[in-house]
Design a protein around this ligand. Structure first.
Ligand code: ZN
Length: 114
């Protein structure tokens, strides 16, 4: 019996986009081959689009989909079970988005520019 165990990758690990080695998901550069990981940036920041957010809020805001979209899972669930605060919360969020004052889970304002 050999000591070598081919291991599965853990939930916080990913495969290097260049050499295929198992590396940490947060790793920007593969320790094995030194290649910068392209997927890291896409995974790190929630890629929010103002227009998509506006449409989600207008049509699905009553069930909190707009908040799920920006990563506000907690208040998204709250919005879902209250049916968008019986419409009030849904309207407030929609106005905030239109005015460019809506923020994502990290506090970044989502405007038409991004
Ligand atoms: Zn590599």
């Amino acid at each position: 019996m050999s000591d070598y165990q081919p291991r599965e990758k853990a939930p916080d690990e990913a495969f290097c986009s260049s050499c295929g080695a198992i590396i940490k998901k947060e790793a920007e550069i593969c320790p094995k081959c030194g290649v910068r990981q392209k997927t890291v940036f896409a995974n790190r920041d929630i890629n929010t689009n103002w227009l998509v957010l506006l449409l989600l809020s207008a049509f699905l805001g009553g069930i909190g989909v707009d908040r799920f979209y920006v990563g506000k899972i907690g208040t998204g669930i709250l919005k879902l079970i209250t049916f968008g605060g019986l419409g009030v919360w849904w309207l407030i969020d929609l106005i905030m988005i239109v005015c460019g004052k809506f923020t994502d889970s990290k506090g970044n304002i989502i405007t038409i520019r991004n």
